[in-house]
Design a protein around this ligand. Sequence first.
Ligand code: HPA
Length: 271
Amino acid sequence: MRKLSEQLKETTEFLKEKGFGAVDFGLILGSGLGELADEIENPIAIPFAEIPHFTVSTVVGHAGKLVYGTLSGKKVMAMQGRFHYYEGHSMQKVTYPVRVMSALGVHSLVVTNAAGGVNENFTPGNLMLITDHINFTGDNPLIGENEDDMGPRFPDMSHAYTAAYGEVAKKVAEKQKIDLQEGVYMGYSGPTYETPAEIRMSRTLGADAVGMSTVSEVIVAAHCGLKVLGISCITNLAAGMQSSLNHEEVVETTERVKVQFKELIKATLVE
Ligand code: HPA
């Protein structure tokens, strides 16, 4: 396979030709949360399928575009939709957009997702500040040869989620009367939702929410030295805590809280 740095050169040159310039924040918008990208001013939007070395996402509720422009006065590039491991993509492919963001100069990644609530104090519709994660996918995007100019062989994950952003998000939530929870996100591979027994295990292990994304992207963000703000939308209570689960409910809940979600992220985009 071609070296990662060579692929990145091709992708970034393509995006620069399309008009991508200086950029502060990278955003990854999860299931049902992609509408935030519609608020980007002077947008340049490119379908994933046209971008060299990107793959194509197939999940309902994921539009599949990379959008560059201005949001809250900051230069951003947003993934409207993302790639998932359960679609059959390698973790390197899933996280490639984070590498591209870093190569184009973002200093921070805002990563969002729909998640199941494991913490018994959570209710569907809550937003959760991710303070830490448990990678339970059984894989890691950094497995393989390390390209040392990309980042260290053994990255420190002690501060993967930037505490200062968490503080800003909490202040914003208080001001805007958003009921912001906080906690640990546990990443499973999917595509099945978890079993009730797995959810009991997750709770015992210290998880507050579970989902099928995010952990690999944040691992690569840490490898690249990016600051990270992570926000989950708790779309449902996890398996065993409500009668059954389905994707329609996930999308319905994100629809219901999208205004709060968008306001929280926009007001938290500070240096
Ligand atoms: N489990 C895993 N992923 C999810 C869930 C869930 O309960 N809800 C939304 N994404």
